[in-house]
Design a binder for this molecule. Structure first.
Ligand code: PAF
Length: 244
Protein backbone atom coordinates (compact mmCIF):
# COMPACT_ATOMS: atom_id res chain seq x y z
CA UNK A 1 0.00 0.00 0.00
CA UNK A 2 1.20 3.51 -0.79
CA UNK A 3 2.68 5.47 2.07
CA UNK A 4 0.43 8.17 3.46
CA UNK A 5 1.94 11.64 3.32
CA UNK A 6 0.62 14.54 5.36
CA UNK A 7 0.98 18.32 5.08
CA UNK A 8 -0.75 20.10 7.99
CA UNK A 9 -1.51 23.77 7.32
CA UNK A 10 -3.56 26.66 8.65
CA UNK A 11 -4.71 27.62 5.15
CA UNK A 12 -4.09 30.88 3.28
CA UNK A 13 -2.00 28.62 1.11
CA UNK A 14 0.79 30.02 -1.06
CA UNK A 15 3.68 28.76 -3.17
CA UNK A 16 5.55 27.72 -0.01
CA UNK A 17 2.75 25.30 0.91
CA UNK A 18 2.49 24.15 -2.73
CA UNK A 19 6.18 23.19 -2.56
CA UNK A 20 5.55 21.06 0.57
CA UNK A 21 2.54 19.37 -1.04
CA UNK A 22 4.33 18.60 -4.30
CA UNK A 23 7.35 17.26 -2.38
CA UNK A 24 4.93 14.91 -0.58
CA UNK A 25 3.31 13.92 -3.88
CA UNK A 26 6.71 13.06 -5.40
CA UNK A 27 7.03 10.48 -2.67
CA UNK A 28 3.49 9.11 -2.63
CA UNK A 29 0.16 9.38 -4.45
CA UNK A 30 -1.62 9.50 -1.10
CA UNK A 31 -1.20 13.01 0.29
CA UNK A 32 -3.53 14.48 2.92
CA UNK A 33 -3.53 18.25 3.39
CA UNK A 34 -5.32 19.59 6.47
CA UNK A 35 -6.53 23.16 6.75
CA UNK A 36 -7.26 24.14 10.32
CA UNK A 37 -6.69 27.50 11.99
CA UNK A 38 -5.75 26.24 15.41
CA UNK A 39 -7.12 28.55 18.13
CA UNK A 40 -4.79 27.00 20.74
CA UNK A 41 -1.62 28.38 19.14
CA UNK A 42 -2.70 32.04 19.08
CA UNK A 43 -1.80 33.87 22.25
CA UNK A 44 -3.29 37.07 20.80
CA UNK A 45 -7.04 36.78 20.04
CA UNK A 46 -6.75 39.64 17.51
CA UNK A 47 -4.13 37.70 15.59
CA UNK A 48 -6.47 34.69 15.45
CA UNK A 49 -9.35 36.86 14.28
CA UNK A 50 -7.23 38.48 11.56
CA UNK A 51 -5.69 35.25 10.34
CA UNK A 52 -6.51 35.05 6.61
CA UNK A 53 -9.12 32.44 5.65
CA UNK A 54 -9.35 31.49 1.96
CA UNK A 55 -10.93 27.99 1.83
CA UNK A 56 -11.89 27.87 -1.87
CA UNK A 57 -8.51 29.05 -2.99
CA UNK A 58 -6.84 26.64 -0.53
CA UNK A 59 -8.69 23.60 -1.85
CA UNK A 60 -7.81 24.48 -5.43
CA UNK A 61 -4.16 25.16 -4.68
CA UNK A 62 -3.77 22.00 -2.59
CA UNK A 63 -5.32 19.78 -5.29
CA UNK A 64 -3.29 21.44 -8.06
CA UNK A 65 -0.09 20.92 -6.05
CA UNK A 66 -0.80 17.20 -5.66
CA UNK A 67 -3.03 16.64 -2.61
CA UNK A 68 -5.22 13.56 -2.92
CA UNK A 69 -7.36 14.71 0.04
CA UNK A 70 -8.00 18.19 1.42
CA UNK A 71 -9.42 18.07 4.92
CA UNK A 72 -11.07 21.00 6.72
CA UNK A 73 -11.63 19.65 10.25
CA UNK A 74 -13.90 21.51 12.64
CA UNK A 75 -12.85 22.65 16.12
CA UNK A 76 -15.17 19.93 17.55
CA UNK A 77 -13.43 17.21 15.53
CA UNK A 78 -9.98 18.31 16.67
CA UNK A 79 -10.92 19.14 20.26
CA UNK A 80 -14.02 17.10 21.20
CA UNK A 81 -13.26 17.77 24.86
CA UNK A 82 -10.89 20.06 26.74
CA UNK A 83 -7.56 19.16 25.14
CA UNK A 84 -4.77 17.87 27.31
CA UNK A 85 -1.85 20.06 26.27
CA UNK A 86 1.28 18.56 24.81
CA UNK A 87 4.00 20.56 26.57
CA UNK A 88 6.85 21.84 24.44
CA UNK A 89 9.32 22.01 27.35
CA UNK A 90 12.26 24.43 27.77
CA UNK A 91 12.95 24.95 24.05
CA UNK A 92 9.30 25.93 23.68
CA UNK A 93 9.94 28.85 26.02
CA UNK A 94 12.79 30.66 24.25
CA UNK A 95 12.74 32.96 21.19
CA UNK A 96 9.30 32.44 19.55
CA UNK A 97 8.08 30.75 22.71
CA UNK A 98 9.25 33.64 24.89
CA UNK A 99 7.42 36.22 22.75
CA UNK A 100 4.35 34.04 22.28
CA UNK A 101 3.79 32.21 25.59
CA UNK A 102 1.95 28.92 25.14
CA UNK A 103 2.27 29.06 21.34
CA UNK A 104 4.30 25.88 20.99
CA UNK A 105 2.15 23.91 23.44
CA UNK A 106 -0.75 24.83 21.14
CA UNK A 107 1.18 23.81 18.01
CA UNK A 108 2.28 20.46 19.46
CA UNK A 109 -1.18 19.73 20.83
CA UNK A 110 -2.81 20.20 17.43
CA UNK A 111 -0.06 18.42 15.49
CA UNK A 112 -0.27 15.40 17.84
CA UNK A 113 -4.05 15.32 17.45
CA UNK A 114 -3.80 15.66 13.65
CA UNK A 115 -1.21 12.87 13.57
CA UNK A 116 -3.50 10.64 15.68
CA UNK A 117 -6.43 11.24 13.31
CA UNK A 118 -4.55 11.05 9.98
CA UNK A 119 -1.97 8.38 10.95
CA UNK A 120 0.52 9.38 8.25
CA UNK A 121 3.76 7.57 7.42
CA UNK A 122 5.50 10.87 6.80
CA UNK A 123 4.74 14.56 7.29
CA UNK A 124 6.40 17.58 5.72
CA UNK A 125 7.04 20.92 7.48
CA UNK A 126 8.76 24.06 6.21
CA UNK A 127 12.11 25.16 7.64
CA UNK A 128 10.82 28.72 7.91
CA UNK A 129 9.27 27.77 11.24
CA UNK A 130 12.55 26.35 12.42
CA UNK A 131 11.79 26.16 16.14
CA UNK A 132 8.40 24.56 15.39
CA UNK A 133 10.12 21.95 13.21
CA UNK A 134 12.64 21.19 15.98
CA UNK A 135 9.87 20.78 18.57
CA UNK A 136 7.75 18.56 16.31
CA UNK A 137 10.75 16.28 15.70
CA UNK A 138 11.35 16.19 19.46
CA UNK A 139 7.69 15.34 20.12
CA UNK A 140 7.75 12.51 17.57
CA UNK A 141 10.82 11.07 19.32
CA UNK A 142 9.30 11.54 22.80
CA UNK A 143 6.03 9.79 21.90
CA UNK A 144 7.85 7.28 19.70
CA UNK A 145 5.45 8.02 16.84
CA UNK A 146 6.05 5.96 13.68
CA UNK A 147 6.09 9.09 11.49
CA UNK A 148 9.01 10.43 9.47
CA UNK A 149 9.30 14.20 9.73
CA UNK A 150 10.68 15.79 6.58
CA UNK A 151 12.03 19.35 6.57
CA UNK A 152 11.47 21.38 3.43
CA UNK A 153 13.71 24.38 2.60
CA UNK A 154 12.13 27.83 2.84
CA UNK A 155 10.69 29.21 -0.39
CA UNK A 156 11.59 32.87 -0.99
CA UNK A 157 10.46 35.78 -3.12
CA UNK A 158 12.96 37.26 -5.61
CA UNK A 159 14.20 39.74 -2.97
CA UNK A 160 14.68 36.94 -0.41
CA UNK A 161 11.55 37.47 1.72
CA UNK A 162 10.37 34.08 3.00
CA UNK A 163 6.86 33.21 1.83
CA UNK A 164 4.37 33.46 4.67
CA UNK A 165 0.60 33.74 4.96
CA UNK A 166 1.22 36.94 6.91
CA UNK A 167 2.91 38.67 3.95
CA UNK A 168 -0.43 39.53 2.35
CA UNK A 169 -1.19 41.72 5.37
CA UNK A 170 1.81 43.96 4.63
CA UNK A 171 1.28 47.28 2.84
CA UNK A 172 3.25 47.48 -0.42
CA UNK A 173 5.77 49.86 1.24
CA UNK A 174 6.27 47.50 4.19
CA UNK A 175 6.45 44.51 1.86
CA UNK A 176 9.39 46.12 0.05
CA UNK A 177 11.07 47.05 3.35
CA UNK A 178 10.70 43.50 4.70
CA UNK A 179 13.56 42.43 2.39
CA UNK A 180 15.82 43.75 5.18
CA UNK A 181 15.33 40.43 7.03
CA UNK A 182 17.02 38.41 4.28
CA UNK A 183 19.78 41.01 3.99
CA UNK A 184 20.42 40.68 7.73
CA UNK A 185 20.40 36.86 7.56
CA UNK A 186 23.15 37.10 4.97
CA UNK A 187 25.31 39.48 6.96
CA UNK A 188 27.95 38.66 9.56
CA UNK A 189 27.24 38.00 13.24
CA UNK A 190 28.53 41.50 14.07
CA UNK A 191 26.51 43.25 11.38
CA UNK A 192 23.15 41.51 11.66
CA UNK A 193 21.54 43.85 14.21
CA UNK A 194 22.98 46.96 12.55
CA UNK A 195 21.55 45.92 9.17
CA UNK A 196 18.11 45.49 10.76
CA UNK A 197 18.42 48.82 12.58
CA UNK A 198 19.11 50.53 9.23
CA UNK A 199 15.43 50.01 8.36
CA UNK A 200 13.37 52.34 10.61
CA UNK A 201 10.07 50.54 9.82
CA UNK A 202 11.45 47.26 11.25
CA UNK A 203 11.32 46.49 14.97
CA UNK A 204 13.51 43.56 16.07
CA UNK A 205 12.28 41.01 18.59
CA UNK A 206 15.39 38.82 18.36
CA UNK A 207 18.22 38.43 15.87
CA UNK A 208 20.97 36.03 16.79
CA UNK A 209 22.97 32.93 15.92
CA UNK A 210 22.16 29.67 17.66
CA UNK A 211 23.27 26.09 17.88
CA UNK A 212 20.31 24.38 16.13
CA UNK A 213 20.70 21.31 18.36
CA UNK A 214 19.69 23.16 21.54
CA UNK A 215 18.77 26.77 20.61
CA UNK A 216 21.61 28.10 22.76
CA UNK A 217 23.61 31.10 21.57
CA UNK A 218 26.88 29.18 21.36
CA UNK A 219 29.36 28.15 18.68
CA UNK A 220 28.57 24.83 17.01
CA UNK A 221 29.66 23.02 13.84
CA UNK A 222 26.39 24.01 12.21
CA UNK A 223 24.82 27.29 13.27
CA UNK A 224 21.56 28.98 12.45
CA UNK A 225 20.80 32.69 12.16
CA UNK A 226 17.29 33.36 13.46
CA UNK A 227 15.37 36.63 13.22
CA UNK A 228 11.92 37.79 14.33
CA UNK A 229 10.29 41.18 14.55
CA UNK A 230 7.54 43.40 13.27
CA UNK A 231 6.98 45.62 10.31
CA UNK A 232 3.78 47.68 10.19
CA UNK A 233 2.60 45.67 13.21
CA UNK A 234 2.91 42.32 11.36
CA UNK A 235 5.17 39.74 12.97
CA UNK A 236 7.62 38.08 10.59
CA UNK A 237 10.21 35.38 11.29
CA UNK A 238 12.96 33.81 9.24
CA UNK A 239 16.16 31.78 9.62
CA UNK A 240 19.05 30.45 7.61
CA UNK A 241 22.07 28.26 8.09
CA UNK A 242 24.89 30.57 9.21
CA UNK A 243 28.32 30.06 7.70
CA UNK A 244 31.21 32.10 9.11
O1 PAF B 1 2.99 25.87 10.55
C1 PAF B 1 1.73 25.89 10.62
O2 PAF B 1 1.04 26.26 9.66
C2 PAF B 1 1.04 25.46 11.91
O3 PAF B 1 1.77 25.84 13.02
C3 PAF B 1 0.70 23.96 11.94
C4 PAF B 1 1.95 23.11 11.92
C5 PAF B 1 -0.18 23.60 10.75
C6 PAF B 1 -0.07 23.64 13.22
O4 PAF B 1 -1.25 24.36 13.32
Amino acid sequence: MAEKGFVPTMGALHAGHAALISAARKRSNHVVVSIFVNPLQFNDPKDLEKYPRTPDHDRELALAAGASEVWFPTVEEIYPSNPELVKAGPIGEVFEGFSRPGHFDGVLTVVKRLFDLVQPDFAIFGEKDFQQLFLIKQMVRNFNLPIEIIAHPTIREADGLALSSRNIRLSSEDRAKAAIIYKALNSSRDQMNAVLASEPAWKTDYATIINPENFKEEFAPKQRAIIAGWIGGIRLIDNMEYKE
